[in-house]
Design a protein around this ligand. Structure first.
Ligand code: BES
Ligand code: MN
Ligand code: ZN
Length: 499
């Protein structure tokens, strides 16, 4: 998509359609609106404050008007911004996405958005283009006909009086992040017969080659040699060999604290049947997105490689398929993880924690001092938090708080659950060090976290359970239903904060 930085008069923007944010309580005479009102023959004054439109967030009105010669566009979308004082950059993303999707239905090719906020111009431009790009994602990749036609090819952001260079800087960043989110969403949406662990590794390697990241793919022989018996116990029932994807970003100049390294670790279960503890058939199709944590790591690493922060980042994805067959693990099997701990597998459907055990231990062995793992780990987190908040747990309150903060900046909710010693006792096994499930029906999300915690040694660690937030069951005005790309923006903020 072509982006435009518009710093002059909004009405002169060379586009077919304009979108403008109007806040609660504003009049058509408010700053920036009066001119639009006059060149459209009083359209704004007839709409603003009417029953239809009060500037509440979520409200939109789209109007078409006869050309007056004083304005190039012939369509206008009013977008409610809610209270002006609470309006943040992430609201600009939603406004931009809403505008693009609304005009796309009208076969418009070019549009411009005026968010009318005094927030930092670069941040506004970044948010706008991010929202625009994300709004173009559709689930129609495999449709041979009836593909939704994305018509908008030019998207402008208007910040009156801003320095064009500031807007351009924001646009460049926003393009990188928006494209990276769609990259992740495309991976998450791939059917499991296409996106096998091998294919996931190939896609990561191709991305790494394009963006200049180092990428190493560990095969099963290597993982067995390293003692990853926990991860291998999940892969053993599948015809598809597991892959450990290791992506490394090394800055030209490291400005971070000496010896510090952040690792992002993702659950990449390309399909989760449950294994011998087989899942019921109904709804099993959703388990193609059980690799969303891994896809999030790959997309975030793509953005990092292009944004070039001055701190190193390690990205690790355990890509594995969980299938039942004659070689598959049985409930009651005992396996040994890379860090020497023995695990009694009591449910082969609690497989995410089994692969993450070896993945986080590997991350620390590679020198990670801070580890953030992300996974569609438990159905219980959906019961607890629904689709509005990602569950967050960790062994270091500072790291957890920082991620929650980054979430607030980016309009992403992270809600903390406790991981105290009492919970850890509940995964003690009768015959091995630990078992992979806790007591039935109790604190399922926490049980997953305290299990993974057993494989972290000295590193600061946080665990994100994205089972409820990685997939949207319904479309929104600014985004299609399906994979959301959750956590990518917040993780980029986390990396950039440590520079
Ligand atoms: N991938 C699932 C978790 C999941 C469920 C993600 C629904 C998205 C939607 C995970 O591997 C799983 O099966 N977890 C079990 C754990 C249980 C056996 C302790 C669960 O949540 O039921
Ligand atoms: Mn499972
Ligand atoms: Zn799973």
């Amino acid at each position: 998509m072509k982006s435009l930085a518009i710093t002059g008069s909004f009405r002169e923007a060379n586009v077919e359609a304009l979108a403008v944010v109007v806040f609660k309580g504003e009049q058509a005479t408010s700053g920036g609106l009066a001119e639009l009102d006059s060149v459209t023959g009083g359209l704004l004054s007839s709409i603003i404050g009417s029953e239809e439109f009060k500037g509440e967030s979520g409200e939109t009105v789209l109007v078409r008007f006869a050309p007056t010669g004083k304005i190039r566009a012939s369509r206008l979308l009013l977008i409610g911004g809610g209270e002006k004082s609470g309006f943040q950059a992430h609201h600009v993303e939603i406004a931009a996405g809403t505008a693009l999707r609304a005009f796309s239905k009208q076969k418009i090719k070019s549009l411009a958005l005026s968010p009318r906020t005094s927030l930092d111009a670069a941040a506004v431009a970044q948010a706008a283009i991010q929202g625009a790009i994300c709004s173009t994602f559709e689930l129609d990749k495999y449709k041979s006909a009836d593909r939704s036609k994305q018509t908008v090819t030019t998207f402008g952001v208007h910040v009156e009086g801003a320095k064009p260079a500031d807007l351009k800087k924001g646009l460049t960043r926003g393009e990188i992040i928006g494209d990276s989110m769609n990259f992740t969403r495309d991976l998450a949406n791939e059917p499991p017969n296409v996106l096998t662990p091998t294919e996931m590794a190939n896609r990561a390697a191709a991305m790494a080659k394009e963006t200049g990241l180092k990428c190493e793919i560990l095969d099963e022989a290597k993982m067995i040699k390293m003692g990853m018996g926990s991860l291998m116990s999940v892969s053993i029932g599948s015809e598809q060999p597991a892959k450990m994807i290791v992506m490394r970003y090394t800055p030209a100049k490291n400005s971070g604290a000496k010896g510090e390294m952040l690792a992002l670790v993702g659950k990449g279960i390309t399909f989760d049947t449950g294994g011998i503890s087989l899942k019921p058939g109904e709804g099993m199709d959703a388990m193609k997105y059980d690799m969303s944590g891994g896809a999030t790591v790959i997309g975030t690493m793509r953005a990092i490689a292009m944004l070039k922060p001055t701190v190193p980042v390690l990205g690790i994805v355990a890509a594995v398929e969980n299938m039942p067959d004659g070689k598959a693990s049985r409930p009651s099997d005992v396996v040994t993880a890379m860090n020497g701990k023995t695990i009694e597998i009591l449910n082969t459907d609690a497989e995410g924690r089994l692969i993450l055990a070896d993945a986080v231990a590997y991350a620390e062995k590679q020198g990670a001092t801070r580890i953030v793992d992300m996974a569609t780990l438990t159905g219980a987190v959906i019961v607890a938090l629904g689709d509005q908040n990602t569950g967050i747990m960790g062994n270091d309150q500072g790291l957890v708080d920082e991620i929650i903060e980054c979430g607030k900046e980016n309009g992403e909710g992270f809600w903390q659950l406790p991981v105290s010693k009492e919970y850890s006792k509940q995964i003690k096994s009768d015959i091995a060090d630990i078992k992979n499930i806790g007591p039935r029906g109790k604190a399922g999300t926490i049980m997953g976290a305290v299990f993974i915690q057993e494989f972290v040694d000295k590193a600061k660690w946080a665990h994100l359970d994205i089972a409820g937030t990685a997939w949207a069951d319904a479309a929104k005005p600014h985004a299609a239903k399906g994979p959301t790309g959750v956590a990518i923006r917040s993780l980029i903020s986390l990396v950039e904060r440590s520079q």
